[in-house]
Design a protein. Structure first.
Length: 149
């Protein structure tokens, strides 16, 4: 018997014609079984559409069933979109913190290639603008332009 395989595609944002939501979508592709495939997130209601859109962050179990009833499952954790919050600005330092997304976070100042685990930047010049970035473990990046006092 062939094993039914699952391929996943996830995105950090989704939108609907009626409303805008921060969330995720899942697109799953079954293979290795007997088509057509049916897809479900609750193992009760199945659909032929392989996409689930505008999902809230959380833990999901994806079920894919082929035409012979062979079932494959996959647990998926969807994270809230990454955000960057400024916690302190002085004449010589900026402190920020990564929020949501997939920890751990890395931080950078005026760079997209030099990252550090420390979320405080010191030794900065007074009244100077800096681009501060946070990157999560899923490689999503959020940036803010911040001016020291």
């Amino acid at each position: 018997m062939k094993k039914l395989l699952i391929m996943l595609l996830m995105s950090p944002l989704c939108s609907s014609a009626q409303l805008e939501l921060q969330g995720n979508f899942i697109k799953a592709t079954g293979s290795g079984g007997q088509p057509p495939y049916q897809y479900s997130l609750n193992n009760i209601v199945y659909q032929s559409n392989d996409s689930f859109t505008c999902l809230s962050p959380g833990l999901y179990t994806l079920y894919i069933k082929d035409s012979r009833g062979v079932l494959a499952t996959e647990s998926i954790r969807l994270y809230a979109p990454l955000d960057l919050v400024v916690t302190s600005v002085t004449t010589s330092s900026i402190s920020v913190i990564g929020v949501d997304g997939k920890p751990p976070y890395s931080y950078s100042k005026n760079s997209t290639t030099r990252w550090q685990s420390v979320n405080v930047f010191t030794g900065l010049r007074r009244r100077t603008t800096y681009t501060i970035r946070v990157k999560d473990n899923a490689n999503y990046i959020k940036s803010l332009t911040i001016r020291t006092l």
